[in-house]
Ligand binder design. Structure first.
Ligand code: MN
Length: 404
């Protein structure tokens, strides 16, 4: 008895053709979470198609740990399968599935790699000083973020409460009034490194599996009061959104671009023989209106330099670790990747739906999408990252009273 087969048809203008095939974790209707790849308007079930228990897992970590040879072999096999009749139970309509966080994230680091963003934020946060601090052109500035609050695209984000400074100079506690986004690109680590052994710039491709869009939600009022001298803390740790779909580096082979000039020349441990950036164009949509188009190609520090720096002291990486680029901003106003820049600290509102907007209002929805040159001579899409703001869980006075 022959099983029912289907052939997946992908329109020529699809951003998710066989040259893309990002990986994610999905559940078909009534089914368990497992590994899939997106192909056109469908998701292929790798637990059904490939004979490897790693694909029946509810995260990509086991597959990522297999390393670059396995990533390449699986990708080649999937390219063949995409052209073949497939068992019907391995093919699901994209709009019928649920997604989950694609990786179990052990460690999360966020960088600050855009010269335009760092300059803008320096002007806004320290108006009377040089916008760039003296270290900025010598190392990719970063901080360790909170891995446990990274959420998959589509997860609502509750407005955080925290301390902020008032006009009198004294702090008060309450819901953030300057809730913002940061449009970023995330890098997903595949293979581990050993503690004590730095990863060189040239070894980037042996360790990093792929990229995904990130929204690093940021409460600017909490951040501005708390960040000195140890850096971001509660103003950013309440939620970070990650796309459900990880685009393998192999799909971005034609999107590599030279880095902008780095002056002064970085120290030797930050130099490689084939270092590069990526020509990825983002779009930030606020309540359905595109308000910004940040260009990743202008980022000052490369993803390989970020990885080399974060391991330069011997810190190790593990499968599923995530590091993000920092806000991606270009030189033009409509290329700014955060609303604090777009509205210049809240004094130059952006028109969204005929109304002036500065920071996020409850109910607002933000979605970030991106495209890049693909290997088939047409653009490919990155998986979107989106989220909606819910009202703060503001504690009532009784919640502060101690029992008895
Ligand atoms: Mn950030």
């Amino acid at each position: 008895m022959s099983r029912a087969t289907v052939r997946v048809e992908v329109p020529g203008d699809s951003l998710f053709g066989p040259e893309n095939m990002p990986y994610g974790i999905f559940a078909p209707p009534g089914g368990e979470f497992r590994v899939g790849v997106r192909l056109g308007e469908f998701v292929l079930d790798l637990a059904v198609l490939l004979d490897d228990p790693a694909f029946a897992q509810p995260d990509l970590n086991s597959f990522l740990a297999q390393g670059p040879t396995s990533w390449r072999v699986v990708r080649e096999r999937l390219r063949e399968l995409a052209d073949s009749p497939l068992p019907a139970e391995a093919v699901h309509a994209f709009d019928s599935i649920r997604t989950a966080l694609p990786v179990r994230i052990g460690d999360y680091v966020d960088f600050y790699a855009s010269l335009d963003h760092a300059t803008n934020l320096g002007r806004l946060f320290r108006p009377d000083a040089e916008p760039l601090l003296p270290n900025w052109r010598h190392l990719p500035v970063g901080y360790h973020g909170r891995a446990g609050t990274v959420v998959v695209s589509g997860t609502p984000v509750v407005r955080p409460c925290g301390q902020r400074r008032t006009d009198s100079g004294a702090p008060e506690f309450g819901p953030s009034r300057r809730l913002d986004i940061e449009a970023e690109l995330g890098f997903v680590v595949g293979t581990a490194s050993r503690q004590g052994e730095p990863v060189s710039v040239d070894d980037f491709g042996d360790h990093v599996f792929g990229v995904a869009l990130v929204n690093d939600w940021s409460a600017r009022d909490i951040q501005a009061w708390e960040y000195q001298p140890l850096g971001p803390f509660l103003g950013k740790s309440f939620a970070t959104s990650l796309s459900a779909w990880i685009t393998p580096l192999a799909a971005l082979a034609r999107a590599r671009v030279p880095l902008p000039p780095q002056e002064p020349e970085p120290l030797p441990y930050l130099l490689g023989t084939d270092d590069h950036g990526f020509d990825i164009d983002l779009a930030v949509t606020w309540n359905g209106e595109t308000v910004s188009r940040p260009p990743y190609a202008r980022m000052y520090w490369s993803p390989a330099q970020m990885l080399a720096h974060l391991t330069a002291n011997g810190a190790s990486i593990r499968p599923g670790d995530l590091y993000a680029s920092g806000t991606i901003s270009g030189p033009e106003r409509d290329q700014r990747g955060s609303f604090i820049e777009l509205s210049w600290g809240g004094i130059e509102p952006v028109t969204v739906g005929d109304a002036p907007h500065t920071f996020l209002t409850d109910g607002d929805e933000v979605t970030i999408t991106a495209t890049a040159p693909g290997t088939a001579g047409r653009p490919i899409g990155l998986g979107a990252v989106g989220g909606t703001i819910l009202a703060a869980h503001e504690p009532g006075p009784q919640e502060f009273r101690s029992a008895g």
